[in-house]
Design a protein around this ligand. Structure first.
Ligand code: HEM
Length: 127
């Protein structure tokens, strides 16, 4: 059943399901694999999953645990990013949202992530 309410638990599920898809993707998967590893249970992944769960919880639930900078790390691999990569990221995120949340909630997350992606691309001068 699709969730009508956002919780820390379903955000954690969202993040894990999203990155499971990401790792299998031919365009964005290799970027994540090179930086974080190829197995969600190993290397830098557990910390990244917790960080991103907290990131979405800060936006959706007003939780205060995430106090980092979302944009900064992307500068390090700027040359590997493109409009197509961001479009793929958004497509995979949208597909994942649709498996977890009621359409109204999924739409809000997608709108937020589109705004962030547009800001990232503008700041990275990706056109
Ligand atoms: C093609 C698009 C993207 C790629 C390939 C990508 C890749 C990555 C990678 C590899 C990291 C880990 C960096 C590290 O730990 O050194 C990261 C961090 C992160 N990404 Fe992305 N990302 C993309 C788009 C986005 C978008 C659109 C958002 C938000 C909607 C986002 C949010 C974040 C956040 C919050 C972090 C953690 C930053 C921190 O606090 O350290 N990313 N991303």
């Amino acid at each position: 059943m699709l969730a009508k309410e956002v919780t820390k638990e379903n955000l954690n599920t969202l993040v894990i399901k999203f990155y499971t898809k990401v790792l299998k993707d031919d365009l964005v998967g290799p970027i994540f694999i090179d930086i974080l590893g190829k197995n969600l249970k190993e290397d830098k992944w557990p910390a990244h999953i917790e960080l991103l769960t907290n990131f979405w919880a800060s936006l959706a639930l007003g939780e205060k645990k995430y106090n980092s900078s979302p944009f900064a790390p992307h500068i390090e691999f700027k040359e590997r990013l493109s409009v197509a990569a961001f479009e793929r990221w958004l497509q995979l995120f949208s597909q994942t949202l649709d498996t977890i949340f009621h359409p109204q909630i999924a739409e809000q997350f997608l709108a937020k992530s589109k705004t962030i992606a547009a800001n990232f691309m503008r700041n990275l001068q990706i056109t």
